[in-house]
Design a binder for this molecule. Structure first.
Ligand code: NI
Length: 226
């Protein structure tokens, strides 16, 4: 499932994140790429321990925590600390797949990447190119969102960032280990939750709502790993 979460960051948070990124020390993104990705990756990244990256990451994590849309779409178990990247004119990231497991910095734990996330930090008019292209069974989808918008997609998808031809594209990227590993099951739960919320807002038949809500929780009980 490809889910778009508009305005995850408020304009104030977006300005704070961008202010911190301006003070960060940008390094070659190949430093954190696997050997196969390194061949197709050309971008800049803030180092993981950079205080600017940590502070900006905390703003993003707080925004995720208060978003019911994110909780419903990702069913997060663990969220990887956001990483920040910058593509200037001529930079791109060719087709690749994200690693299945990632060590969580500063901990002895690893995260299974079920869901990949890109948070756009520059507006589409600030740069040309730079679409995030995601391939799934229905073909390739080019995603280029407003600053502050988040896109979630299955980490099982091959994806790429098209070459930037003007300006600079800033984004945060991170991964989620979901309570529900399977994308198909997670998608069913997301759609069921969305339908229940719509019906509840329309004050639909109460017993039917309770019964749909029971289905939601009983499926989640069946599928969630903790
Ligand atoms: Ni990737």
């Amino acid at each position: 499932m490809l889910a778009r979460i508009p305005s995850l960051l408020s304009p104030g948070e977006l300005a704070e994140v961008r202010g911190r990124l301006e003070r960060g020390a940008w390094a070659d993104g190949r430093l954190t790429a696997g050997y196969q990705s390194a061949e197709v990756k050309s971008n800049l990244q803030l180092r993981e321990g950079d205080p600017a990256a940590r502070e900006a990451g905390e703003i993003v994590l707080r925004a995720l925590e208060r978003s019911p849309h994110f909780a419903s779409a990702a069913l997060p178990r663990h969220v990887y600390p956001p990483m920040f990247n910058r593509y200037e004119a001529g930079m791109a990231f060719g087709a690749h797949i994200d690693n299945a497991l990632r060590p969580i910095p500063g901990t002895p734990h690893r995260l299974r990447t079920d869901v990949s996330a890109t948070l756009f930090l520059t507006a589409p008019h600030e740069y040309d190119g730079g679409e995030l292209t995601i391939e799934d069974t229905y073909g390739a989808h080019a995603v280029k969102l407003e600053a502050g918008d988040l896109v979630l997609y299955p980490a099982t998808s091959v994806h790429r960032v098209e070459p930037v031809t003007r300006g600079a594209r800033l984004a945060a990227i991170f991964w989620i280990q979901s309570l529900v590993r399977d994308d198909g099951a997670r998608t069913l739960l997301f759609e069921l939750d969305r339908a229940i919320r719509t019906l509840a807002a329309e004050a639909a038949h109460r017993e039917s709502l309770v019964s749909l809500t029971a289905c939601y929780h009983n499926l989640l009980r069946r599928w969630a790993d903790l």
